[in-house]
Design a protein around this ligand. Structure first.
Ligand code: GLN
Length: 507
């Protein structure tokens, strides 16, 4: 339990801050102490009391002056993939171990303007490549529900920090599942919005056609102001959207859509979700799915039915192909994005070398970890002359077919899609060390959504595993720009369940 455990939600804490029952500087001081006491779990990578307290002092001024917004004074932290002035930005890599950015990522800037207080930077898989947060150069993150297990990845530090009540919310990025998967394995809520909603400017690039940032928090309602503050058109990102379905991509859109959906649900009375068609893809319930996860999803679907929704059996026939397609496209883009780390301009440079080529080669070999090197090799291979058509182009064609599968289902058969996020509960740290491909296969339920650029979220829906105390996530996927609607659906579920209120050690 931490000082933040006293507050059930961002809204609850925000009220206390505005009523001046709580002061932002004292809150930040307590939160910094809790974050420091947690260092064995490698959740936080960089903490700087002075930087945090300066933000908290500003928050207190706004709160006293009556100019505070819903996020003023709220303690958050950023995945170490977002560049920040002041705090170092390492992407959990030795390559960037000493790097400090001269500017803030757009997301960091937006959340700062909204008045949040940043506690610092959170661990992740190196360059966001991974599903267990074990690929960090600075030690594996431990899952607050069981320290012998992974928190999921790549935003594992973000999910662990929210689950352990070290912050009220955190930023994450999702290229193939990295917000949804750790949210699921740590029992918190997380959303990846439609590709292009949140600016990628200042997010260390992994696979640019897939990278998208999103928030993690204790419940769906807390995600609303966070995602709203993070979103918005940004001329610094060429794939940033100016409009979302006719609405300007600007702060307030998510909140407005969320509120509109809430009032529709309220008007429907005892069966608030009447008319909502939930597509359940049969390919998600195969032999690879652990029984405890399948059971938890099944009972969540029953809860949605009791709220008035109907269940539709759907098919996403290319689900299996999302793994090879993603693991060609993402490494291809990564090999190109990571070519900038050459030891010349910034990042690690080898101490001893014979010539320029040797310097670059040694710097990259020393600076990158195993998984990153593996991806660069795969990516360079699939893009090389003679193989480009066979692998990269073919993967792009498959991507198109995967998009078509989702489009067909979401236009004709259902309004949202629900299913598992992960095939099982969190695995033990070290379990897949000899078999990295096992982790790739466990991405089966999240990759398609990323390849299609659709919004997807994860909310807690049960517990399982050997102890019966490991969180399980429910995935909810919507149409493009349906973030507000998805959040309202998740919020409706959280009004009648309490999975999201469980605390590690007190399940
Ligand atoms: N596990 C996937 C990968 O390693 C997804 C990671 C992510 O979304 N950043 O590529």
């Amino acid at each position: 339990m931490t000082a933040l455990s006293e507050f059930s939600s961002i809204q609850d804490l925000s009220l206390a801050l505005r009523d001046r029952r709580v002061n932002a500087v004292e809150l930040a001081t307590d939160a910094l102490r809790a974050a420091r006491s947690y260092t064995d779990s490698h959740v936080f990578l960089h903490i700087d009391d002075e930087l945090t307290l300066a933000q908290a002092r500003e928050a207190d001024q706004a709160l006293t002056a009556g100019t505070a917004g819903p996020l003023t004074g709220i303690p958050i932290a950023h995945k170490d993939l977002f560049v920040t002035r002041g705090w170092r930005t390492t992407a959990s890599s030795k390559m960037l171990a000493h790097y400090t950015s001269p500017f803030d990522a757009t997301v960091v800037d937006h959340l700062r303007t909204a008045g949040t207080v940043s506690l610092g930077k959170l661990s992740c898989d190196e360059f966001a490549m991974g599903s267990g947060n074990e690929n960090s150069a600075f030690g594996p993150v431990h899952n607050p529900w069981d320290p012998e297990r992974v928190p999921g990845g790549s935003s594992g530090g973000s999910a662990a920090a929210v689950a352990a009540h070290l912050v009220m919310a955190a930023t994450g990025t999702d290229t193939g599942g990295s917000v949804r998967q750790p949210a699921a394995l740590c029992g918190v809520s997380g959303i990846k919005p439609t590709y292009g909603t949140v600016s990628r400017y200042g997010i260390i690039a992994y696979a640019s056609s897939l990278d998208q940032a999103g928030p993690l928090a204790r419940n769906a309602r807390d995600l609303v102001p966070m995602l709203d503050a993070m979103s918005g058109f940004d001329s610094n990102d060429s794939t940033s959207l100016e409009a979302c379905d006719g609405e300007p991509n600007a702060a307030g859109r998510i909140q407005a859509d969320f509120a509109a959906a809430q009032s529709r649900f309220a008007a429907a009375g005892a069966r608030p979700l009447q008319g909502l068609r939930i597509g359940v893809p049969r390919e998600f319930f195969n032999e690879g799915l652990a029984a405890c996860v399948g059971d938890a999803i099944e009972s969540a679907l029953k809860t949605f039915e009791s709220l008035g929704a109907t269940r539709v059996d759907i098919s996403l026939p290319r689900t299996r192909l999302s793994i090879p397609a993603y693991y060609v496209i993402a490494p291809a883009e990564a090999s190109s994005n990571l070519s900038r780390y050459d030891g010349v301009r910034y990042g690690h440079r080898a101490e001893h070398y014979s010539d320029l080529i040797d310097m670059t080669s040694r710097s990259r070999t020393e600076g990158f970890g195993d998984e990153v090197r593996r991806r660069i090799l795969v990516g360079t291979y699939v893009l090389s002359h003679g193989y480009y058509d066979a692998y990269y182009l073919q993967a792009q064609r498959v991507r198109r077919m995967i998009v078509d599968d989702f489009q067909r289902a979401l236009s004709a058969e259902c309004d949202v899609i629900m299913g598992p996020v992960t095939p099982d509960v969190a695995r033990r740290i070290g379990d897949n060390r000899q078999d990295p491909i096992a982790d790739w296969l466990a991405d089966i339920y999240t990759l398609g959504v990323s390849l299609a650029g659709l919004p997807g979220m994860s909310i807690p829906c049960g517990f399982g595993g050997p102890s019966g105390q490991l969180p399980i996530g429910l995935q909810i996927v919507g149409r493009y720009f349906d973030e507000g609607h998805l959040l309202a659906i998740a919020d409706r579920y959280q009004q009648v369940t309490d999975w999201h209120q469980r605390i590690p050690g007190h399940a």
